[in-house]
Ligand binder design. Structure first.
Ligand code: SF4
Length: 626
């Protein structure tokens, strides 16, 4: 194995910044990275063993212990739970003979929980040795494990035929379905591949291209909504030996799967967008950060890049434009939600733990390997192609004044037609509900757990009697304000994840608790606020749900929700949102749990508690009355 690892290190020229690739290759070879491997890597790469170890320990899909022959990562996102994940989990445990978090004694099966794997429209789903299994049921699990025990090859046990569209491509061969329900200007088969590179770029200057993007008012589609043209203009101005374009394909927000579909059906559009961004900003290095959960696409995407090189749409003097040199490499992640944050993503691309950097400097000044770096979302880059092809005025006719263009929505949860919808910005909640066939809607999580849980009470401080007017006797909502809220940067901004909950769902016990567990699991641990408060807040919520809560607990939650905003990055800053937005919009549910109690917790006896603690640590405390 030592020799094999040396070969892997040589394959990446002993480059420390390629540590992620090296570790991924070692995992492909032997399934884990042990102490000896760490020391060998440290020596060969000229870094400390601690640096190698901290990278290994950071990512969900790396291991420092032997794993199983078949490693089963079962997704635990809320929609999987809503579709009877617990029975699927039990079926795995029964069939494999072990519990989650463990490997069977014979080393055959390892069972692990994992956060959203981008399959909310077809869950419960699991990744088994990099192959995705969707729509799992207890029956399918028993047949699958039976087949593996009988010695069948894993891929032969895929119980549904290939998925739709390019999922059936021989280089992908996935049972995943796109579930495209509505297309517009991005999800559009009329797209003529690489037409902009071939016939538009040579006619324009980089300045023209940036101006067109600015005129279109395109904003980042990952959720933050930063103006794309401005980002490109900044990037072009900063001096550097190299400039870098990064495509952020690390969609990890639970409920999001739009990038999965874009990269499956329109990878050319996304890569063409990267070439346009490179032309505009003068970049020569292109990187796609692809989440590990989409590893099944890697071979297929690399094939598209090879075809682009053959056609001179990547490489030297692209499309005959002198000195326009740019190429794209795909970097696979290894499972960490925080790497969706651009500076954490850059750290990961450099082979380190995906911990967000302090800002400034911003990536556009000092990013990947300290070069000026522009990070754009998959959807943003695809939109840029349409704008350069058809013009800013054409693009601005879609959407609203402050939110131009279209938005890809990943809709899942309690609805008849989960999937991808490309809608104009400005689409109302009413239209979304009608489009996806949702009924008796109690709430919608807009923008994933870091977004907002909205419902009929949001924006209103209604009394209980008012609240009754919002429902028909059948339980159907009649709340006009809720229905008429619009997806836009000025009303409901969203990265695209929309999870629908009907009246049967227990919003606090099932939904909010699930989201808080997600944030606890995904915190990188750097900031004490983000490391501790989500856990403490979840405990407080548990106390309320167990009937021991008082009104002050709700106030405490609101107050701690302000403190957590001091965290360094967006993950921590939004980690309390599931609780905060549910208090704001569904306070009546919290009130129901505490209504029988006093306004303060009069059951807590501080003297008794301190005495007990003193006894435990062998100390004495004197109490004074003032
Ligand atoms: Fe890490 Fe959380 Fe701090 Fe972000 S806010 S840097 S995820 S600890």
């Amino acid at each position: 194995m030592k020799e094999k690892i040396n070969q892997i290190i040589s394959k990446y020229n002993s480059d420390r910044s390629r540590l992620m690739d090296i570790l991924l290759d070692i995992h492909d070879e032997k399934g884990y990275v042990d102490k000896n491997d760490v020391n060998q890597l440290a020596k060969s790469l000229g870094i400390s063993a601690a640096e190698v170890k901290e990278t290994v320990s950071f990512y969900h899909f790396f291991s420092d212990k032997p794993r199983a022959k078949y490693n089963i990562y079962l997704n635990n996102s809320i929609t999987a739970c809503m579709r009877d994940r617990s029975s699927v989990k039990e079926a795995f445990e029964k069939a494999c003979g072990t519990t989650f978090g463990h490997v069977t004694e014979d080393g055959m099966f390892g069972l692990y929980n994992t956060s959203c794997i981008g399959m909310n429209d077809q869950g419960p789903a699991a990744i088994i040795n990099d192959i995705v299994f969707t729509n799992l049921t207890p029956y399918r699990v028993s047949k699958l494990i039976e087949g593996l025990k009988a010695g069948n090859e894993l891929r032969s046990l895929i119980y549904e035929s290939n998925g739709d569209g390019n999922n059936a491509d021989p280089d992908m061969h996935a049972m995943v379905n796109n579930n495209i329900r509505k297309g517009s200007i991005l999800l559009n088969k009329d797209y003529k591949k690489f037409d902009v590179i071939e016939s538009e770029l040579a006619k324009r200057s980089p300045e023209d291209v940036i101006q067109m993007i600015e005129d279109s008012d395109l904003r980042g589609r990952g959720g933050a909504g930063f103006p794309t043209g401005m980002k490109w203009r900044f990037g072009r101005r900063v001096e550097g030996d190299h400039r870098v374009i990064i495509c952020n394909a690390d969609e990890g927000e639970p409920g999001t799967f739009k990038d999965r579909v874009m990269l499956t059906e329109f990878p050319d559009l996304v890569f063409e967008g990267m070439v346009i961004a490179a032309f505009a900003t003068g970049a020569d290095i292109g990187l796609v950060y692809l989440r590990y959960e989409y590893k099944y696409m890697l071979k297929y995407l690399n094939r598209i890049l090879s075809e682009m090189r053959e056609k001179k749409f990547l490489g030297q003097n692209i499309s005959g434009i002198k000195d326009f040199n740019f190429d794209i490499r795909i970097q696979l992640g290894a499972g960490a939600y925080v790497c969706g944050e651009e500076s954490a993503l850059i750290e990961s691309l450099e082979g380190k733990r995906g911990e967000p950097r302090d800002k400034p400097p911003f990536p556009v000044e000092k990013g990947y390997l300290n070069y000026p770096t522009i990070v754009n979302n998959v959807e943003t880059l695809a939109s840029a192609v349409r704008i350069i092809k058809n013009g800013a005025a054409w693009y601005s006719q879609f959407g609203t004044k402050d939110s131009t263009g279209t938005k890809l929505l990943s809709i899942s949860g309690d609805c008849k037609f989960p999937g991808i919808y490309e809608v104009d910005w400005g689409t109302s909640i009413r239209e979304v509900i009608e489009m996806c066939g949702a009924e008796k809607v109690q709430a919608i999580q807009v923008g994933g757990p870091s977004g907002m849980l909205i419902g009929p009470r949001d924006f209103d401080n209604l009394s209980s009697s008012d609240l009754m007017k919002w429902y028909k006797p059948s339980g159907m909502m009649v709340a006009e304000k809720f229905f008429d809220r619009k997806l836009s940067y000025s009303d409901l901004p969203t990265g695209g994840s929309m999870i629908i909950f009907n009246m049967e769902r227990d919003l606090l016990r099932d939904v909010v608790m699930n989201f808080m567990e997600f944030f606890i699991e995904e915190s990188c641990g750097s900031c004490s606020t983000c490391r501790n408060l989500p856990y403490i807040m979840k405990m407080k919520l548990e106390k309320i749900l167990n009937g021991h809560g008082v009104r002050k607990d709700i106030d405490d939650l609101l107050s701690w929700g302000k403190t957590i905003k001091a965290s360094r990055c967006g993950l921590g800053q939004t980690a309390a949102n599931p609780i905060l937005s549910s208090i704001v919009n569904f306070r009546h549910i919290y009130e129901q749990h505490v209504q029988a109690m006093a306004d303060y917790d009069n059951t807590f006896d501080i003297v008794k508690s301190v005495e007990a603690a003193n006894k435990f640590v062998g100390r004495k405390t004197e109490f004074h009355s003032n």
